[in-house]
Design a protein around this ligand. Structure first.
Ligand SMILES: Cc1cc2nc3c(=O)[nH]c(=O)nc-3n(C[C@H](O)[C@H](O)[C@H](O)COP(=O)(O)OP(=O)(O)OC[C@H]3O[C@@H](n4cnc5c(N)ncnc54)[C@H](O)[C@@H]3O)c2cc1C
Length: 473
C-alpha cells in the first residue's frame, strides 16, 4: 500500500489523525527536501527562533515549514492534542486553554515551538511535577535526515529515534506532527513568593517541595525561583485557583520579576501566568531600555515580547553595534553568557556559591525539575541523561560579562562548562558551547548518537549535533 508521498506507508503517522492538508504538506516537504542538492546545507525557514547561537553567513533559503505551524486537533476526552511541529507555544496554549486544558510543560517564551522544545529541551515551573516537554509526547511524525517520514513512539520500531530525538537539535530529522498529553487548568494561579537568606536554605526548600508537593500548606502546581544575590533568593510557588481576589497584569507598567521582591502573594490568570516571563524576556529586556518608565510608556505593548527583543539582539550581533561602541569607549570586550544548566539539588548551593564570584550575573532563574514517572532503572533519554527520580535545579542566566585582560571569547562559558561537569550537572545546547569533541560525546552519549545518525541520516545530510551546537554550523 502506498501513501500520498508515493512511498510505502510503513511507519507513517496514522492517517485517521492527520487531516488531508497536513498529509499534502508532508508530501510537499519531502519533495522539497529531496530537491536540495547533496552536500548543500539544510535548514528550516522559520520566522522565529529562540536559539542563542547565531550561525553566521550561510544564506541557504531553508525548507518552508510554515504548513506545520498549527494545532491539528484537541481532544478534551482523551486530553490529548495533535500539533504541527513548528507550532508556537503561544498558539498551542491558546488552542488548549479554550478547552480549559494546557500542555504539561509550557516553556516561558511565546515563540518557542513544540518541535523546538522537544528536540532542544524545554523546561518550566511545572517541570518538578511533569518533567520535560518531550516526556508528554506520545507520538512523533518525523522527516528523517535520509528523507523518510516515520512515526516514532516509545514502543514501535522507531522507539530508538523517539528516545534519541530530545537534545538532537534537528540533527536526526524534523518533527512535523506530535501527539501530546494535556492537563486540566483552573482559571487563575495563586502565587506565593518565599524569601531565603542562603542558597542552602533555598535548595533545602526545593527538596522539601519535591517530597511533599506543597510548601507551608500551599500546593506546588508550579515552582520556580529567582536569585538576586546569595542572601536574597525567592521561590515562587503557584497553585491553581478557581478564584482570585485581585489579578495582576505585568504587560503594562509593572514588571513581573520586580514584583517577586514585593508583596508575598499574587494572582494571575492562567494565560498571564504562562507568559509572565515573556513580556520582559525574564529581565533581559532591561538591556534594551524597556524597563525605563519613559521608554516603556512609548514602547507599543504588542512589541513587549521576547521575540521582538531577540530580533534586536540578533541585529546587534550581526552588525556589532554594541561591540563597536564598547571599543570606541575603550571598554573591555564583552562575552555573551546565556546558558541554562541543570545541577543536582544537593549541589545547587555549591553552584551558586561558585557562580557569584566567578561569573557574577544577577538575577539568576531557578527552576526545579525531575524526570516524570520514569522507572528508576530506566534511562530513556540517551542524549540528555538525567538520573530518574533525582531532583535537579535549572539555573538560567542570560546577558554579557566584560572579559578580564588577556581572556578571549569563551572564557566564562568554558568556566561554566567545567564547573557544571564537576558538579555532575548538565548544560543545555541552545547557546554557545566550547567543549572538545571528545568531552562533548562523552557527555552526550556519542555511541548511541552515532547509531541513530547512521540509521536515520546515513549520508549526513543534516549537520551533526557537535557541528551544530559547538561549531555553530
Ligand atoms: C534567554 C533565553 C531563555 C531561555 N529560556 C528557556 C526556558 O526558560 N525554558 C525553555 O524551555 N527554553 C528556554 N530557552 C531555550 C529554548 O527553549 C530552546 O532554544 C529551544 O530549542 C527553542 O525552540 P524554538 O522552537 O525557538 O526552535 P529554534 O530556535 O527555531 O530551533 C532550535 C533548534 O531546534 C531545531 N528545530 C526546530 N524545530 C524543530 C522541529 N520541529 N524538529 C526538529 N528540530 C527542530 C532547529 O533546527 C534548531 O537546531 C531559552 C533561550 C533563551 C535564549
Amino acid at each position: 500500500m502506498t501513501d500520498v508521498t508515493g512511498t510505502s506507508n510503513r511507519g507513517v503517522a496514522p492517517r485517521r489523525k492527520l487531516p488531508p492538508a497536513h498529509r499534502a504538506a508532508v508530501a510537499r516537504l519531502q519533495h522539497d527536501y529531496a530537491a536540495i542538492p547533496p552536500g548543500s546545507p539544510v535548514r528550516l525557514a522559520k520566522r522565529t527562533s529562540n536559539l542563542f547561537r547565531f550561525p553566521g553567513g550561510d544564506a541557504a533559503p531553508g525548507l518552508d515549514v510554515s504548513a506545520f505551524n498549527r494545532v491539528l486537533s484537541v481532544d478534551p476526552g482523551s486530553r490529548t492534542a495533535v500539533v504541527g511541529g513548528m507550532t508556537t507555544y503561544e498558539d498551542l496554549a491558546d488552542a488548549t486553554l479554550a478547552y480549559d486544558l494546557m500542555p504539561l510543560v509550557v516553556p516561558q517564551l511565546k515563540t518557542i515551538t513544540l518541535g523546538g522544545a522537544v528536540t532542544g529541551l524545554g523546561i518550566e515551573s511545572t517541570s518538578l511535577r511533569s518533567g520535560l516537554p518531550h516526556e508528554s509526547v506520545t507520538e512523533m511524525e518525523i522527516l528523517t535526515g535520509d528523507g523518510r517520514v516515520v512515526t516514532a513512539t516509545d514502543d514501535n520500531e522507531h522507539a530508538a529515534l523517539y528516545r534519541g530525538f530530545p537534545n538532537s537539535y534537528g540533527s536526526l530529522g524534523y518533527a512535523l506532527a506530535l501527539t501530546i498529553e494535556l492537563e486540566p487548568v483552573a482559571p487563575y494561579v495563586h502565587l506565593r513568593h518565599f524569601h531565603f537568606g542562603t542558597p542552602e536554605a533555598c535548595m533545602d526548600a526545593v527538596a522539601q517541595i519535591a517530597a511533599d508537593g506543597s510548601y507551608h500548606g500551599h500546593r506546588a502546581d508550579f515552582v520556580d525561583g529567582t536569585a538576586f544575590s546569595l542572601d536574597e533568593m525567592y521561590l515562587t510557588v503557584g497553585a491553581f485557583s478557581d478564584v482570585a481576589p485581585w489579578r495582576s497584569d505585568y504587560t503594562r507598567e509593572r514588571i513581573y520579576y520586580r514584583s517577586i521582591r514585593g508583596p508575598k502573594e499574587d494572582f494571575l490568570t492562567i494565560r498571564d501566568y504562562l507568559w509572565r516571563w515573556d513580556t520582559d524576556w525574564f529581565w533581559c529586556a532591561g538591556a534594551l531600555g524597556v524597563q525605563n518608565p519613559v521608554i516603556r510608556r512609548v514602547w507599543p505593548r504588542r512589541y513587549r515580547r521576547s521575540d521582538t527583543y531577540r530580533k534586536l539582539i540578533a541585529l546587534d550581533r550581526k552588525y556589532g553595534f554594541s561591540a563597536t561602541l564598547n571599543a570606541r569607549r575603550g571598554l573591555p570586550s564583552r562575552e555573551y553568557v546565556a546558558q541554562d544548566v541543570d545541577i543536582p539539588v544537593g549541589r545547587g548551593a555549591e553552584f551558586l556559591r561558585w557562580f557569584v564570584p566567578h561569573v557574577g550575573m544577577s538575577p539568576v532563574w531557578l527552576c526545579p525539575m525531575r524526570l516524570r514517572g520514569t522507572p528508576l532503572s530506566k534511562q530513556p533519554w540517551p542524549l540528555y541523561p538525567l538520573h530518574p527520580g533525582d531532583v535537579y535545579v535549572n539555573f538560567g542566566f542570560w546577558g554579557t560579562r566584560s572579559l578580564p585582560p588577556g581572556a578571549g571569547d569563551g572564557h566564562y562559558n568554558r568556566l561554566i562548562e567545567e564547573e557544571v561537569t564537576a558538579l555532575s550537572g548538565r548544560k543545555g545546547l541552545y547557546s554557545s558551547s566550547f567543549y572538545s569533541e571528545e568531552e562533548f560525546w562523552a557527555l552526550h552519549n556519542g555511541t548511541e548518537y552515532a547509531t541513530l545518525k547512521d540509521d536515520y541520516d546515513h549520508q549526513g545530510r543534516l549537520a551533526g549535533l557537535y557541528e551544530k551546537c559547538v561549531r555553530g554550523k
